[in-house]
Design a binder for this molecule. Structure first.
Ligand SMILES: Cc1cc2nc3c(=O)[nH]c(=O)nc-3n(C[C@H](O)[C@H](O)[C@H](O)COP(=O)(O)O)c2cc1C
Length: 408
C-alpha cells in the first residue's frame, strides 16, 4: 500500500482551489468528437474511465478556440456562440468522482494538415519542415495585428465558455509547436513589430491571453500554461527564454506551469530531440523542472515518459507539485489506483523504433489513439498494440473524420 506516499497528498493552488492528489492526466487530443466538433458519447465514455481513476486533475485534449483552425480531424472546438450543453455534460462526468476538470485550449497556427482545408495562420509565413512529410501541411499566412487580437479574444471567449460549462479551469497550450509556441520561438517568429524580436515581445500574445483570462474569470478559476522547456532545435526557444516567460506568468498568478518540450518538427515530448541533446529515459523534462523550481514559486508539473510510481514520486520529491501523465493513462486509465495497491505496477508507453523518426513518432501516437478509441467504445485496452496495424487503423479513422468534418 502506498496511499501515504506524497503522490496522494493534497495541494493548494495559488487561486485557492485544493487538488486532492498530485497525479494529473495530461492533455491528449482524442480525435473522436461528435458531429459539429462537439463532445459526445465517445468522449463521455472515455472520460468516465479517468473520472474513476483516482486522479487529482483531468486535463482534456486540446479544444480549439477557432473551429476554422483545427489541429486535426475529429477535434473539439468551443467558440463564443457554441452551445455549451455538451460541454456541461463533459465537465460533470470528469468531476463525478472528485477530480478537477481543466480544459486545454489551443490554436494550431501553422500546424494544420492541408486535408483539413482550414486557416493556417502564423507569426511569420514560415512553413513546417518535416522533410518528405512537409507537403501534408498547409502553407501559413503571416498574421496581421488584427488577426493577433482576434486570436487573443478567442482564447478569452473560450475560457469564459469553459467556466460557464462548469470546468474548474483552463490550460493554455503554449507548447509543442502550436501557435503560441510559434510566437515564442525565434525560428518561427521573424516579426519586426511588438510581437517579435525580444522574448518580451515574443511572449506578448501569451501574456495578454493569460492576463485577460485572469481579469474576466472567477478568482478561483484555475489558469494553467503548458510551456516548452525548449524547442530542442538549434536557435530555437531555449531554457533561458522559458525562465523569462515563467517569471512573467508568475506575476500574473498562473496556478500551474506544465513543462514539456518540442514540436511536430522535433518531438521531444516523445523523448526525441533534433539538437543532439539527450533527455532522461523517464520523466524527460525533470532536469529542467528542477532548475526552474529554484527560480520560481509557480507550482510546476512535468509530463513525459512517466509510467512508474517510483519515478512519479521522484518528480514530486525533486520539487514538482504535480506529475503529468498521458500515454500511460491511455493504456491504464486507473494507474493511480493500481499504484495504491501495487507500488511496482508499471504502466505502458509505446516506443516504436522505426528508422524514419517521423513515421515512428506517428506510430507511437497511433498506438495511443487506438487505446483512446477502444476506451471510448468501452472495449478493453491492448497492452502491446502492433505499430503498423495501429497506424493503418488510425489513418482510416482520420480519413473518415476528415470527410465528416470538411466533407473531403
Ligand atoms: C495521442 C496523443 C495526443 C496528444 N494530444 C495532446 C494535446 O492535445 N495537448 C497537449 O498538450 N499534449 C498532447 N499530447 C502530449 C501529451 O500531453 C504529453 O505531453 C506527451 O505525450 C508526453 O507524455 P507521456 O509520455 O506521458 O505520453 C498528446 C500525446 C498523445 C500520445
Amino acid at each position: 500500500m502506498c496511499s501515504d506516499s506524497i503522490l496522494y497528498s493534497s495541494y493548494d493552488l495559488p487561486c485557492g482551489v485544493t487538488v486532492r492528489n498530485r497525479l494529473v492526466k495530461s492533455a491528449m487530443e482524442e480525435s473522436m468528437s461528435s458531429a459539429g466538433k462537439l463532445p459526445g458519447s465517445a468522449l463521455y465514455s472515455l472520460y468516465r474511465y479517468w473520472a474513476h481513476g483516482n486522479l487529482g486533475m483531468v486535463i482534456t485534449g486540446n479544444v480549439m478556440v477557432d473551429s476554422a483552425a483545427m489541429t486535426g480531424p475529429g477535434g473539439v472546438a468551443l467558440e463564443k456562440h457554441t452551445p455549451i450543453e455538451s460541454f456541461e455534460r463533459w465537465a460533470k462526468i470528469i468531476k463525478s468522482n472528485g477530480a478537477l476538470a481543466v480544459m486545454q485550449i489551443n490554436h494550431p497556427g501553422r500546424q494544420v494538415f492541408k486535408a483539413m482545408k482550414g486557416k493556417a495562420l502564423a507569426p511569420s509565413a514560415i512553413p513546417l519542415n518535416m522533410g518528405k512529410h512537409s507537403k501534408l501541411f498547409a502553407e501559413p499566412t503571416e498574421m496581421t495585428c488584427e488577426d493577433i487580437h482576434d486570436v487573443c479574444n478567442r482564447f478569452v471567449e473560450t475560457a469564459k465558455q469553459a467556466e460557464r460549462a462548469g470546468f474548474d479551469g483552463v490550460e493554455i497550450h503554449a507548447a509543442h509547436g502550436y501557435l503560441l509556441t510559434q510566437f515564442l520561438s525565434p525560428l518561427t517568429n521573424e516579426r519586426q513589430d511588438e510581437w517579435g524580436g525580444s522574448i518580451i515581445n515574443r511572449a506578448r500574445l501569451l501574456i495578454n491571453i493569460v492576463s485577460q483570462i485572469r481579469a474576466v474569470c472567477d478568482k478561483k478559476f484555475i489558469v494553467m500554461v503548458k510551456l516548452n522547456s525548449a524547442d530542442f532545435q538549434r536557435g530555437g526557444f531555449d531554457f533561458n527564454d522559458a525562465c523569462e516567460v515563467v517569471s512573467r506568468l508568475e506575476a500574473l498568478g498562473v496556478d500551474i506551469v506544465e513543462l514539456s518540450g518540442g514540436s511536430y518538427e522535433a518531438p521531444a515530448m516523445q523523448g526525441q530531440t533534433r539538437d543532439d541533446r539527450t533527455l532522461a529515459r523517464e520523466a524527460y523534462f525533470l532536469e529542467f523542472a528542477k532548475t526552474l523550481e529554484s527560480k520560481t514559486n509557480i507550482p510546476l508539473m512535468t509530463t513525459g515518459g512517466i509510467k512508474r510510481a517510483s519515478v512519479a514520486q521522484e518528480v514530486v520529491e525533486q520539487g514538482c507539485a504535480f506529475v503529468g501523465m498521458a500515454s500511460a493513462l491511455a493504456f491504464t486509465p486507473d494507474l493511480a489506483k493500481k499504484w495504491q495497491q501495487d507500488w511496482t505496477y508499471s504502466g505502458v508507453i509505446p516506443n516504436c523504433g522505426w528508422k524514419d523518426k517521423t513515421l515512428s513518432s506517428l506510430a507511437n501516437m497511433s498506438m495511443v489513439r487506438r487505446q483512446l478509441r477502444r476506451l471510448g467504445n468501452d472495449l478493453t485496452t491492448i497492452r502491446r498494440p502492433a505499430p503498423l496495424w495501429s497506424l493503418i487503423l488510425d489513418m482510416v479513422h482520420r480519413k473518415k473524420m476528415t470527410k465528416r468534418d470538411v466533407g473531403a
